[in-house]
Design a protein around this ligand. Sequence first.
Ligand code: NI
Length: 169
Amino acid sequence: MSLLPILCYPDPRLHKVAKPVQTVDARIRTLIADMFETMYDAKGIGLAATQVDVHERLIVIDTSEQRDQPLVLINPEIVWTSAEKHVNEEGCLSVPGIYDGVERFDAVRVSALDGEGTARTIEAQGMLAVCVQHEMDHLLGKVFVEYLSPLKRDRIKTKMRKLQRAERS
Ligand code: NI
């Protein structure tokens, strides 16, 4: 297993639209293992393949307190959403240090393949529902800061660019 570099906003590669995974083979299983290692190392609760510059529809999530409930969603599709939406504070491993409110459905039902390639439907609510919607946005090339006002987004872009310059020098 190995740690993968995480793309940082406003990297244009974060806006690529992911293609469906064709087969859940050894390459995908290795990618899943590496993505979990990367996510746990970065203390995140979710990671989309887009964030590690792989543009295929694959997400790993673990919203549990003990970090022992790994969830893999391959080719996820939302098949049902609750009527209610609420604003929750979100962050993202690709936008370190930034947290802001985004409106999401309270609950969603998602059909996807699991890490073995078996079709499953899961119902998510609370933090898991928010995380699933956030990660599925990544697969469409969308970062959560794009829900914020243009002014806030520009400020975040400037801050991120400064941070990246400081890291490089
Ligand atoms: Ni994210």
